[in-house]
Design a protein around this ligand. Structure first.
Ligand SMILES: Cc1ncc(COP(=O)(O)O)c(C=O)c1O
Length: 384
């Protein structure tokens, strides 16, 4: 009896399951997985309850309900001056995860190469593999995790189909700068490549601007931009995401989504449409609150002796663990629950170049200040 396709053999990181199980078993504080421990605004949750109570519980449009597609288009216009046709240039998905799946399965043929920033978000590897594609990692390296433009250029081959970007970047917290985006855009245009741009942390940058690559000259027509209501409104369990871009790319995503889920959480869609229309103070409060938590965690880890790479965006901070006498992040994270009652995630599982990530560990700061304080107190047991 065949139990697994050869294509899926060895697929995926099991680290999140392993670390979450460890956290539960040992009663550890989980700074591993990236979800907030406070729910999003009551108003958004009430809007979903109202939608459930007023008959929004059946299958609806595959592309997403019109009010949500219109709200997504209006959001892109308001924040980035990008003008989209909500009828053809927006698709609502089951989280950004399904948008990524749709993009990679819909645009990549077996043997096609996809350039991807490493360390990578784990679903990129799985989806490129499921599409039969070949990943070409370009590594962001400590200490500054900037884009090595020459390596990016060298990674392009005649088989390259797409560049898969993530900015703000999980797990390094790098936010790509205009000159880096311009270098990517020049390559994409020269080689006629699609850019798939995962921007789920678009509203979580700290003191630096988020620039969607689709706003650069010549990029709107070749960029599929992906984002997530779960991330922007702290309802990660709702899994409402979207992809926007030229009709042909959006239609490639929809062609796959049709057979993955057909449509996504009907009563959650009006609630996210409502949230997208929030005024500036919501987004400012969200960002500054997360920045305060970032500073609390980073200053605390620094005081404990870790080398801390303060992120410019996302939910995550990265540390080098060598100053504390450890050298392997995977081993450190497996022992950390017993040593200190805290769970974190080793970088090395997000690399082909394992050595580049070996001493690095990722910590989530999307947690209440008292939880971060307790985690730091526990980590003090590691001693100098
Ligand atoms: C970089 C990145 N992309 C996509 C996702 C998935 O987003 P969603 O929960 O909307 O599927 C995550 C979630 O952690 C992420 O960090």
């Amino acid at each position: 009896m065949k139990v697994q396709s050869a294509r899926l053999d060895g697929l995926g990181t099991t680290i999140f399951a392993e670390m979450s199980a460890l956290a539960l078993r040992t009663g550890s504080i989980n700074l591993g997985q990236g979800f907030p421990d406070t729910d999003g605004p009551d108003e958004v949750i009430e809007a979903a309850v109202t939608a459930m109570r007023t008959g929004h519980n059946q299958y609806t449009a595959g592309l997403g309900i019109a009010p949500l597609r219109e709200a997504i288009a209006a959001h892109q216009d308001r924040w980035y001056d990008l003008h989209l046709d909500p009828a053809t240039e927006v698709v609502v998905t089951t989280g950004a995860t399904e948008a990524l799946a749709g993009a990679l399965l819909g645009l990549v043929d077996p043997g096609d190469e996809v350039i991807v920033l490493e360390p990578y978000y784990d679903s990129y590897v799985a989806m490129i593999q499921m599409a039969g594609g070949v990943r070409r990692p370009v590594t962001l390296r400590a200490p500054d995790f900037r884009l090595p433009v020459d390596e990016l250029r060298a990674a392009v081959t005649p088989r390259t189909t797409a560049i898969l970007l993530n900015s703000p970047h999980n797990p390094t917290g790098t936010v790509l700068r205009r000159e880096e985006l311009e270098a990517i855009a020049a390559l994409a245009i020269e080689h006629d490549l699609v850019v798939i741009s995962d921007e789920v942390y678009e509203h979580l940058t700290f003191g630096v601007p988020h620039i969607p690559i689709s706003t650069l000259p010549g990029m709107r027509e070749r960029t599929l931009t992906i984002s997530s209501g779960g991330k922007s409104f702290s309802v990660t369990g709702w899994k409402v995401g979207w992809a926007t871009g030229p009709a042909a790319l959006v239609s490639a995503v929809m062609g796959v989504k049709q057979f993955l889920s057909y449509m996504s959480g009907a009563p959650l869609q009006p609630a996210i449409a409502h949230a997208l229309e929030f005024d500036e103070p919501y987004f400012t409060g969200f960002r500054t609150g997360m920045q305060t938590q970032r500073d609390q965690l980073c200053e605390g880890l620094d005081a404990l002796g870790f080398k801390v790479f303060v992120p410019e965006g996302t939910y995550f901070a990265t540390t080098d663990i060598r100053p504390l006498g450890f050298d392997d992040g995977l081993d450190f994270c497996r022992r950390l629950p017993e040593l200190a009652g805290v769970v974190a995630i080793p970088h090395q599982v997000f690399y082909d170049d394992v050595e580049a990530g070996r001493p690095l560990v990722r910590w989530a700061f999307c947690k209440r200040p008292e939880v971060i304080a307790e985690a730091l107190e526990r980590l003090a047991q590691l001693g100098p």
